[in-house]
Design a protein. Sequence first.
Length: 271
Amino acid sequence: MPQHTDSFSLSNVDQPTRNVEIEFNGVSKSWGENHVLRDLNLSVTAGEKVSIIGPSGSGKTTILRVLMTLETPDVGVVSVGGDILWDVKAGVKPKETKKMRATRRKVGMVFQQFNLFPHMTALQNVIEAPIHVLGLPKKEAEERAVELLGLVGLKNHMSHMPHQLSGGQQQRVAIARALAMRPRVMLFDEPTSALDPELIGEVLGVIRQLATTTDMTMLMVTHEMRFAQDISDRVLMFDKGAVIEQGPPDQIFASPEHERTRRFLSMMLDR
């Protein structure tokens, strides 16, 4: 795993202290008879690191996609940093507004697939959104990108094209790209699932560093149970579109109360 010695500060991100950063109120989402979110009520405190675990198809990723405005709830209210992201009445499709787009920019996401622009270098991939979305001058965007690529251990790979990078390196570029937007909230959707086993550790190392050295709010959907236990303030067990159990990692992993949680963890930890 690379050594990350470069400093990184989120001092220019306005992070409220101990306030609710993410809130879902009565959020539901279905595709036909498949209820992926069932009347979800969930609050995440500013700076909290939350892991979401549970079987495939239980609705975990849908939470993240709603926060990224990639999915529209059928009903419910979602807020980020005190600002409304979604306020959906049943049967009424909301319109995208300037306020919604501004709230959405508080959120960054790292997907399972790296989704880098194949014709751009690592540096160019990281500066693209700050220049064209945030309107940052090119020099300032490049300075920010150099700092972030150093943070993820890729200072010597800035001029490499994606095909010249390993999967783990590409995912670290994707993390730097998301951080370049200075989000208040970082979402990780099974960020190691597309990696070969020997590359998983380098990506988890970067996420661990972010979890332990920054005050960003972080939500991570993961099947890396030991990692979730190690870095989380709280773990949510998701099943059939609902949070069936939540609590500190020591409680969830050592003495889960729900039978479904016990069966799931027994299967995952015995692999």
